[in-house]
Design a protein around this ligand. Structure first.
Ligand SMILES: Cc1cc2nc3c(=O)[nH]c(=O)nc-3n(C[C@H](O)[C@H](O)[C@H](O)COP(=O)(O)O)c2cc1C
Length: 220
């Protein structure tokens, strides 16, 4: 698989096969991802990958916990109509693929709650970094996450990033033995093999047109 194929076949997978992922494959991916660039080579990202009983134990805690105030705000862009519409489009595609109607609040909530068990992915990675990290290092962590997502594709694996997990930061930090004062929990990443046939993994996604997003100067 080349880079173009990895980028264009990656999509957020929300229904996984019941198939374990072996440790060696994951170690290889995480080892390569270390070569992601970061400002000042700070390499701010840290993570724990969880599977098997420790994952089941954590998910039992998550399922019985109330969401907390998220530690950071990912909703700010929704103040502007254009960004709000992008989110609405994802919701339409996602809930539409599950035949959940727009006014079915309970159905939508139930579907959202599948985030708690990471869509039944066999592996979940939790991503965190020291709280002293600022915008530049959050961005570096995003780049590292994209490296991981693409390397997963190369191994035939799939993922879904989960900022939803920031709503359970305290429970997760406790479970992973992370110091609450030191660590910001950024997000989770569901990892596993995609269920190719699931409508939830096949709805159409939208992207902004290239020329509305990127300008090229000096070619003419
Ligand atoms: C940092 C980050 C956090 C995300 N958190 C969630 C999440 O909590 N739950 C979810 O279902 N999708 C989540 N997503 C997936 C986005 O909804 C998805 O990337 C976007 O709709 C584009 O679709 P695609 O990934 O299939 O290309 C997240 C994506 C990113 C990059």
């Amino acid at each position: 698989m080349n880079v173009t194929e990895a980028v264009s076949t990656r999509r957020s997978i929300r229904q996984f096969l019941d198939k374990p992922v072996d440790l060696e494959t994951l170690r290889r991916i995480m080892d390569t991802a270390r070569w992601t660039a970061s400002g000042c080579n700070y390499q701010p990202w840290e993570a724990t990958l969880v599977t098997g009983q420790p994952l089941k134990d954590l998910q039992a805690k998550l399922t019985s916990s109330q969401p907390q105030q998220a530690e950071y705000d990912w909703t700010a862009p929704g103040q502007e109509e254009a960004y709000k519409e992008r989110l609405n489009a994802v919701s339409r595609g996602m809930f539409g693929s599950m035949n959940i109607a727009r006014d079915d609040g309970e159905g939508r909530m139930k579907a959202m709650m599948r985030n708690t068990t990471s869509f039944d992915a066999p592996v979940v990675m939790f991503i965190y970094f020291p709280r002293l990290m600022k915008e530049a290092q959050w961005s570096d962590t995003g780049m590292w996450l994209q490296s991981v997502a693409l390397l997963l594709r190369e191994e035939g694996l799939d993922s879904c990033f989960q900022e939803y997990m920031a709503l359970y930061a305290d429970v997760i930090r406790d479970h992973l033995g992370l110091d609450h004062d030191r660590y910001m929990l950024f997000c989770g990443m569901a990892i596993g093999y995609r269920d190719e046939d699931a409508p939830l993994n096949n709805f159409e996604r939208e992207r902004v047109a290239l020329d509305d997003q990127v300008k090229f100067l000096g070619w003419d």
